[in-house]
Design a protein around this ligand. Structure first.
Ligand code: FES
Ligand code: FES
Length: 208
């Protein structure tokens, strides 16, 4: 077993937030996915196990099975962007602060940059890539176009997904409900007014 420091110092993708995130979230996810008497016995003897190396991970994404071989520490966002060519959702803050990476997992929005891929096996994952029906945009995507609800666009995939989740949960929200439903997402360009316009325009027409 590799020492803990080797695990957290692996280049990439890490920073202080990743380190603390993995310390708190990683072990439970790993234990869930790699459940075995061996791991339990090891943990009983030496404390929480740190598992390195690639493992098979199967995800259900936008209704399709995606088989990956990745390290247990890989986030859902990185797994889909780097290994499954699903690049619609963006990596912006990479620390659960901006919402650009928002995906829907079993009906609930998650920050995919702060969710381990291995933890969401067996769940239904939806990304912005799966919203359109061929060349026909999802009503929420169309509403963003119609209201010009974006500037640079980095926040847009996360806002679109969060809006879809909001409207599936609350098909006819008030403006205050829409604000609350989208308050986990940040637009640095300040297009909040247009984004809310898009949400209100799409309400009542969102597919389940
Ligand atoms: S990239 Fe995930 S919350 Fe900002
Ligand atoms: S459109 Fe630029 S961050 Fe929202």
């Amino acid at each position: 077993m590799a020492p803990k420091d080797e695990f957290v110092k692996t280049p990439d993708r890490g920073g202080v937030s990743r380190r603390s995130f993995l310390k708190t979230a990683g072990v439970s996810g790993l234990a869930t996915a790699v459940t075995s008497a061996g791991v339990a016995e090891l943990e009983a003897q030496t404390g929480p196990a740190v598992i390195t190396g690639d493992v098979p991970v199967t995800l259900m994404v936008n209704g399709r099975r995606v088989n990956l071989t990745i390290e247990p520490r890989v986030t859902l966002l990185n797994a889909l962007r780097n290994r499954a060519d699903l690049t619609g959702n963006k990596r912006v803050c990479d620390r659960g602060a901006c919402g650009a990476c928002t995906m829907i997992v079993d009906g609930r929005t998650v920050y995919s940059c702060s969710t381990l891929a291995i933890e969401v096996q067996g769940k239904q994952i939806r990304t912005v890539d799966g919203l359109a029906n061929g060349n026909t945009l999802h009503p929420v995507q169309q509403a963003f176009v119609d209201t010009d609800g974006l500037m640079c666009g980095f926040c847009t995939p996360g806002f679109v997904v969060a809006t879809v989740a909001l409207l599936e949960r609350t098909p006819n929200p008030t403006l205050d409900q829409a604000k609350k439903g989208l308050d986990g997402n940040i637009c640095r360009c300040g297009t909040f007014v247009r984004i809310l316009e898009a949400a209100m325009k799409a309400k009542g027409v969102v597919r389940g």
